[in-house]
Design a protein around this ligand. Structure first.
Ligand code: F6P
Length: 522
């Protein structure tokens, strides 16, 4: 596979020259004035998602150069290597195949059967596990004795299923409550345990590794609580979602749904980790969620780079981060059910691309992942949009809006959509007829993603779109987007500090940590 780091390509230098010549001073308003077809040129449909990129600081020449950068970096080859099941997660020696989790069985594929021959055994295993998991989900849905499902997991074993269950609230089966416990902070588990009864609760212990300290601590406490309340039937009330079935069995859980080391934690909502979602929306809904994502996979795999939405978004990310120097991206979902979508994207982007060395371990001379943050609109407007409009930093905003609501309250949705469009407009147009405190510079970039409906299918497509755009920038940056060594040091030190907190031994510690430990023990 030919993979060349972006800064080692001729296009990189040309982009720097283009940035100095026209990019730095680029004004979106003048670009619209000069080109009546700008909206058409910089918007496109992808499966289940329409994207308007026209309010971004980009012109056709720059986009051509960015596409050239992608070609020279070997983006298409890298993408194809992922879809061919090659070991592209080199630092962990793993394939990267979350996409396979949403691939139809080989027998149903019209095309690309040949390309999938390499991974046919894995695809068969995916469908066998999916069938077992969905049949369990249906069993739980039909079981009136189970009213509460408590998912215990953290990071990818929490954010994906939680985001999706909340997003698809309109599809959730009545009579079942789904709770999520992630934090080792006992307040969170205790609050859920106060609200549930052991005989009517199903605990799902979700952990890829089945070693994560927070999840194991919560799982032990949940089991102890269950037994202390007289619960005995662990097989009925506990299930494990993990690649480490042996550890789950050793914990005492016999109902297990597995997945594989080629599914990264933050890419695992499509696997057994999605069981809470499957219980909430049913087997049919879960299959639609997978199908929407698969449609986006096919688009990413086969659309020409110039009309490939994950590619266009990822290239824009590189343009903003490495040329304009923008340090963050704000995510503004104009749908209150997408309340955990920003948190989900934080892990997806920042754990994937928050890296300072390339895949071979060499320090990078340029910036990588931006800070990703946000809140649903219109709430964000009354909190931090002041900074977006008039602050000293330019922050590109990525709006998500949904055309059709799933409620019948008159007037609300029109107002919501009007606000989304108006905010993007205000960011771009600004206001210069009044000076001083009332001056808005404008020319603040935004992207507008539009879904017809917030459904399992469109949510699947939206999430797969985000996964692939993160792949694109990570690929150009030459990093391994699929490891996460940066979380290990803190885990190691927490073990040491936990021992010191109980023993009081602060020997050889830095003075600040020693001082804090002493105060905490006082
Ligand atoms: O600590 C980071 C991390 O490894 C994430 O990548 C992962 O999603 C999360 O912890 C949870 O891990 P597990 O599913 O193995 O408990």
């Amino acid at each position: 596979m030919n993979r060349t780091r972006c800064d080692h390509t001729p296009a990189w230098g040309q982009l720097h020259a283009a940035f100095e010549a026209t990019g730095r001073a680029f004004d979106v308003r003048s670009a619209f004035a000069a080109d009546p077809a700008r909206f058409e040129a910089f918007s496109q449909s992808a499966p289940h998602v329409f994207a308007d990129l026209s309010k971004n600081r980009i012109d056709a020449a720059t986009e051509q150069l960015l596409l050239e950068l992608a070609r020279q970096s070997g983006l298409a080859e890298h993408r194809d290597a992922m879809f061919a099941g090659q070991t592209i997660n080199t630092t962990e020696g793993r394939q990267v195949m979350h996409w396979l989790l949403r691939n139809p069985p080989l027998a149903l594929m019209q095309q690309a059967r040949q390309a999938l021959q390499n991974v046919a055994p894995e695809l068969a295993a995916v469908h066998a596990t999916l069938a077992a998991m969905l049949s369990f989900a249906e069993q739980v849905r039909a079981d009136d004795g189970i009213t509460d499902v408590v998912n215990i997991g953290i990071g990818g074993s929490d954010l994906g299923p939680q985001m999706a269950v909340l997003a698809l609230d309109a599809w959730v089966i009545p009579g079942k409550r789904v709770h999520f416990v992630s934090n080792v902070d006992g307040h969170e588990l205790a609050a859920v345990l106060r609200r549930v009864k052991p005989h009517s609760t199903l605990f799902l212990i979700a952990s890829k590794t089945f070693t994560t300290i927070e999840t194991m601590t919560n799982a032990h406490s949940a089991k102890a609580w269950f037994e202390a309340q007289g619960g005995t039937d662990i097989a009925r009330h506990f299930a494990a979602l993990t690649t480490n079935v042996a550890a789950a069995n050793a914990f005492g859980i016999s109902t297990t749904f597995g997945f594989w080391d080629w599914v990264g934690g933050r890419y695992s909502v499509w696997s057994a980790i999605g069981l809470p979602l499957a219980i909430a929306i049913g087997a049919h809904g879960f299959r639609q969620f997978l199908a929407g994502a698969h449609d986006m996979d096919e688009h990413f795999r086969s659309a020409p780079l110039a009309r490939n939405l994950p590619v266009r978004l990822g290239l824009l990310d590189v343009w903003y981060r490495n040329f304009h120097g923008f340090t963050s991206r704000s995510v503004a979902p104009y749908h209150s059910d997408l309340k955990r979508y920003p948190a989900y994207l934080q892990q997806l982007e920042m754990e994937s691309n928050g890296k300072r060395v390339d895949a071979s371990g060499v320090a990078l001379p340029f910036a990588t992942a931006p800070v990703v943050w946000g809140e649903p609109g219109t709430n964000g407007q009354h909190a931090y949009f002041q900074m977006l409009h008039q602050g000293t930093d330019v922050v590109p905003v990525e709006f998500v809006a949904v055309k059709t609501p799933r409620h019948h309250l008159s007037g609300h949705h029109e107002l919501l959509l009007a606000n989304a469009v108006a905010q993007a407009q205000a960011l771009m147009l600004g206001q210069s007829d009044q000076g001083g405190h009332k001056h808005f510079t404008g020319n603040r970039p935004s992207t507008f993603l539009l879904l017809d409906d917030l459904s399992p299918t469109s949510l699947g497509a939206l999430i797969a779109l985000q996964e692939h755009r993160v792949f694109v920038s990570g690929s150009l940056w030459g990093i391994n987007s699929f490891d996460q060594w940066g979380v290990e040091l803190g885990k190691l030190l927490a073990k040491d500090v936990a021992q010191r907190l109980s023993s009081g031994d602060v020997n050889a510690l830095d003075a600040s940590s020693a001082g804090l430990i002493a105060r905490l023990r006082r």
